[in-house]
Ligand binder design. Structure first.
Ligand code: UTP
Length: 298
């Protein structure tokens, strides 16, 4: 497979779990410390060598697109105040990637959102990064999108990230069928035979869940064109992956990364704590606060 230079970031969901904040603010723009969630996702894509990002947006989501424009007044003031370095990080991203915005006219599901990018992805392989799932790299080689693109280039096939989850949590994810429930290590990759969206523990074909990072050959679009609405009445990416896995090679890999579902309240709060603990200006303050709270609780 040739180099993967395109990525799709679906960000058109309604964000019901963050109501009422999401009445006017896209959940992908809620800040993790001081950066919007989606900027972590875009940084991951850029560091993985992605050159064209297709942002799938919906009604009320224009703040995401606006974020990448120049804010003349604010940026001019920062430069005059000697704080121009704060703009450098944004400029690095702005200048190193094309952002192509596509409207999903109605939030019909993740599968439908990915399909909206087909005019841009064409016959090329592409990565998919969910706009509300963030990973916090602990080193330059700890980039899951880069890892998956490398695996796909080697195999010529689609590659997806999987995480082991507790039995009680299978109903929150797409779960892969590996034909062997006892598999404990997927770091070298294993062929996927099927995918089931949000099964309960009894119906789950394994305990390996899809947390939101994928690299697909363009074949996935043909399968997205064939599916009908599934769980929750939505066009599910899992259903298209299930079809793909039955006729083509789809490999699942485990990968050690700090990952947070920032579209979920607890995941969002934990991501904020994790990022703050990485920061020299916040670490002590957070630790002191947590130590105090732990003492109160004892
Ligand atoms: P989620 O299922 O987490 O998003 O989709 P949601 O529907 O907004 O979540 P709730 O309402 O809080 O449960 C994962 C990603 O896919 C995008 C979302 O924006 C999110 O980044 N998505 C989902 C779309 O782009 N379009 C859709 O129709 C559904």
């Amino acid at each position: 497979m040739k180099k993967v230079t395109k990525a799709v970031i679906p960000a058109a969901g309604l964000g019901t779990r963050f109501f009422p904040a999401t009445k006017t603010i896209p959940k992908e723009m809620l800040p993790i410390v001081d950066k919007p969630t989606i900027l972590y996702v875009i940084e991951e894509a850029v560091q993985a060598g992605i050159e064209d990002i297709v942002l799938i947006q919906g009604r009320g989501k224009t703040a995401i697109e606006d974020f990448f424009d120049i804010s003349y007044e604010l940026e001019d003031k920062l430069i005059k105040d000697g704080k121009g370095h704060l703009i450098d990080e944004i400029n690095k991203i702005r200048n190193s990637v094309n952002i192509i915005s596509i409207r999903q006219k109605s939030p019909l599901g993740l599968g439908h959102a990915v399909k909206c990018a087909a005019t841009v992805t064409g016959s090329d392989p592409f990565a998919v990064l969910l706009g509300d799932e963030i990973t916090i790299p602990s080193g330059p080689e700890k980039n899951i999108t880069k890892f998956l693109t490398e695996r796909s280039i080697e195999s010529g096939a689609s590659s997806v990230w999987v995480l082991p989850v507790a039995q009680a949590d299978t109903h929150r994810y797409g779960i892969v069928d590996l034909k062997d429930k006892s598999i404990k290590d997927l770091s070298g990759g294993k062929k996927v035979f099927g995918v089931v969206e949000k099964p309960n523990a009894e119906m789950a074909p394994s305990f390996w869940a899809l947390p939101g990072r994928y690299v697909f050959t363009s074949d996935i679009i043909n399968h997205l064109n064939q599916i009908s609405p599934g769980v929750n009445g939505e066009y599910q990416l899992s259903d298209a992956m299930n079809r793909l896995a039955q006729v083509d090679e789809l490999n699942a890999y485990s990968f050690n990364a700090r990952r947070f579902d920032a579209g979920d309240k607890l995941g969002f709060l934990l991501a904020n704590i994790e990022v703050a603990l990485d920061r020299d200006d916040l670490r002590e303050g957070i630790l002191n606060y947590i130590r105090g709270k732990c003492k109160d609780a004892l």
